[in-house]
Design a protein around this ligand. Structure first.
Ligand SMILES: Nc1nc2c(ncn2[C@@H]2O[C@@H]3COP(=O)(O)O[C@H]4[C@@H](O)[C@H](n5cnc6c(=O)[nH]c(N)nc65)O[C@@H]4COP(=O)(O)O[C@H]3[C@H]2O)c(=O)[nH]1
Length: 540
């Protein structure tokens, strides 16, 4: 588990990010969206500009069709009158010219005396049309016009007419030939950009301007606007999206607070640790006094911290019991013990391991199927697994009896742990079909002292003998205690005199060393059972 300081730092950083990221994402999204929408807007206007140009172009085509329908006497009054009539009827066409042998012979205004050649077209369109971009009308004078020619005729029209589309925001519309010659612009705009767009520059934006274009078979049209237009749009989008971003920030911050509380509250931390299976079991050897051999071990759970240290069970078992987390924890311990010791238990059929069972589990018996599944899967005999519970586990006698019966039928031995520290010990011992009694360390400590409890120890032992219980004395620390217990007929001992609780590897090594030595003919120490344990990492 991380320490509080790291959690607070991480939670603070996460909360700041949770507050800022949604707002930045929303701003980024709004910017992207605004540019996208404005590009589509410009593209739509480019399309409408093309439509407008085509309308003008089709009016020119109509004029040509009308004139070519009849065989006119060239520049006759009727011919000129017809040209004038068509000029007046058409909204787009300002003047019509008629050429003979490449020389302007007459216009919709009348015959032409001057020597005016047709000239070289600026661009040739499909369908046999030619474009002359800047023709100065010689009759009316004035600003240059655009000429479209077909056959012997040309029609003149104002450039701006091709791009006179009403826009809803400020923008410049432009029209060009497909080979990149600029025909008309609705307003003045950046020259280099307009030329580039006329030549087919793709949609996009620079520091100041945004632009998009569209094409048809005759023309290319484009639209240019200031980027501020898009940013105005972005402001509107942002206004709509900010509550959404703020809502997301609040949800994320709430999540961060919830997760950090999970980590910071002891219950939350324990819950997470169970979820992450952050527990190991250490094994405290149990010594058989008659042989001095290691007869088994008590499994003692430890909560592993990220820095490699361990939290002892006294620090979290009571919390686990209060909060109901003891149940998944018991299951974890069962699985861990089986994973750790299965092969050794299979190899050493006389060895046993004792697992602590919490009071509520002892009363419900809920863990028994879990244990039986785990043992069956690993091929371990249930007789090799002892179950230890303190007196509180047996308080509800009927419930406890059901669990004990089931457990014993399965083959487990049941031990009453920390005997003498709780209430109603005597009646419990007589009422329940128990197999073993563990004398609490506080009684063992009293051996050979003047403490009042020292008087009780022989009575506990003789009572256990009377009930035919196996006896395990816990917390044996001195040779004198061991000598007393041996004399009193206690079969098993457990305590720092032999070994503290050991990590798995160290326990396996202890077991091997201890039992190998004991099978060899005994040195002097053999008779006392006081062989010092091999040097091993202490973890108890
Ligand atoms: N000073 C001293 N201490 C000795 C000596 N010999 C053994 N001990 C300590 O006494 C405790 C014996 O376990 P316990 O009475 O079952 O008492 C256990 C048991 O009630 C509970 N516990 C441990 N593991 C589990 C578990 O897996 N499930 C449940 N429900 N409770 C557990 O936590 C208690 C404390 O366990 P630990 O801290 O490992 O402490 C262990 C052990 O390290 C000694 O010679 N001197």
């Amino acid at each position: 588990m991380m320490n509080r300081r790291s959690i607070v730092v991480i939670a603070t950083v996460a909360a700041i990010l949770a507050a800022v990221i949604p707002l930045l994402s929303i701003a980024g999204y709004a910017r992207h969206r605004a540019i996208q929408v404005e590009t589509e807007h410009l593209k739509a206007y480019s399309g409408w500009t093309l439509q407008r140009a085509e309308q003008n172009f089709s009016q020119a085509r109509h004029v040509f069709d009308m004139l070519e329908q009849d065989a006119w006497a060239a520049c006759s009054p009727a011919h000129i009158a017809r040209m004038r009539e068509l000029t007046i009827d058409s909204q787009s066409v300002d003047e019509i010219g008629y050429f003979v042998d490449g020389q302007l012979a007459c216009t919709s205004w009348g015959p032409v005396q001057q020597d005016i050649g047709i000239g070289v077209p600026s661009a040739t369109l499909v369908d046999g049309y030619a474009l002359y971009l800047h023709i100065t009308p010689f009759v009316t004078g004035g600003a240059p016009l655009l000429a479209i020619s077909r056959g012997d005729y040309n029609v003149l029209m104002k450039h701006e007419r091709l791009v006179d589309v009403l826009t809803d925001t400020k923008m410049t519309l432009g029209l060009a030939t497909l080979d990149g010659q600029l025909i008309a612009m609705s307003r003045k705009a950046d020259g280099a950009l307009s030329q580039a767009l006329a030549r087919g520059l793709a949609d996009g934006h620079d520091q100041d301007l945004m632009y998009a274009s569209a094409e048809n078979t005759h023309f290319r049209a484009f639209a240019i606007t200031d980027r501020s237009t898009a940013f105005d749009r972005m402001d509107q989008e942002l206004l709509l999206l900010i509550p959404l971003g703020a809502g997301m920030s609040v949800i994320l911050i709430g999540l961060v607070v919830w997760i950090s509380r999970q980590h910071l509250s002891p219950q939350g931390a324990l819950q997470l640790a169970i979820k992450r299976k952050a527990f190991v079991t250490h094994y405290q050897p149990i010594i058989e006094l008659a042989t001095g051999q290691c007869a088994g071990a008590e499994a003692l759970v430890r909560w592993r911290q990220p820095d490699g240290s361990f939290v002892p069970p006294d620090m979290f078992i009571p919390l686990a019991e209060r909060t109901g987390l003891i149940e998944p924890l018991t299951d974890l311990v069962i699985q861990r013990v089986v994973d750790d010791l299965a092969s050794m238990l299979r190899r050493e059929p006389s060895m046993h391991v004792a697992i602590n069972i919490a009071a509520c589990d002892m009363q419900s018996g809920r863990f028994l199927p879990v244990l039986s599944r785990a043992l069956r899967g690993a091929g371990v005999a249930p007789t090799q697994v002892w179950l230890e519970a303190t007196e509180s586990g047996f308080m509800d006698v009927n419930a406890a009896r059901a669990t004990i019966d089931q457990a014993r039928q399965a083959g487990h031995a049941i031990a009453i742990d920390d005997f003498g520290t709780g209430y109603s010990s005597l009646s419990l011992l007589q009422t329940l079909p128990l197999d073993a009694l563990k004398i609490d360390k506080s009684f063992v400590d009293a051996i050979g002292t003047q403490a009042a409890t020292s008087i009780v120890v022989p009575h506990i032992i003789s009572m256990a003998h009377g009930l035919r219980f196996r006896i395990v004395a816990e917390g044996v620390e001195t040779a004198a205690q061991e000598a007393y217990l041996r004399e009193a007929g206690v079969q098993f001992v457990q305590g720092w005199l032999y070994s503290k609780a050991l990590p798995l590897e160290a326990f396996l090594a202890f077991y091997k060393a201890r039992n190998q030595r004991r099978t060899a003919p005994p040195p002097d120490t053999e008779a006392t059972g006081l062989t010092p344990p091999p040097a091993s990492p202490s973890a108890g």
